[in-house]
Unconditional design. Sequence first.
Length: 157
Amino acid sequence: MAKGRKTWREKLADDKGLPRVVEITNKMSKRWGTGTVIIPAPREVNEIMRKVPRGKLITINQIRALLAQKHGASIGCPITTGIFAHIAARAAEEEAAEGKKDITPYWRTLKSGGELNEKYPGGVEAQAQRLREEGHIIEAKGKKVRVKDFERALVEV
């Protein structure tokens, strides 16, 4: 039997030995300074995203800060945190396609600066639609699409 591709939910459930706190190496320190970085488990990112209530928002940087705090690290890894937010969004859409109502509200997770995430299912348009339905105002500035006054709706971290 041929091995099929993993579903997004399987990817979300595969911790791959994570979370792991590692030293920031020389190469990374130019960008991130010194100390330690937490490479989170996919489910940890999803867990934080799940808790954002209707009408509220969170940024990927807030998620990184929460992860760093939880694990006693200097920073949360920007790369893996972003990838795992994307996997959480895709897994939520798999669940929605099967009729599940209580899915991770990934559309409430923004990039830094309140920007919408083009990598989410349906792209910026779908995320903007869901956010408008929750009362947020979406504005485009050049190529960037963001939530107007997003800071007012951020969850407390």
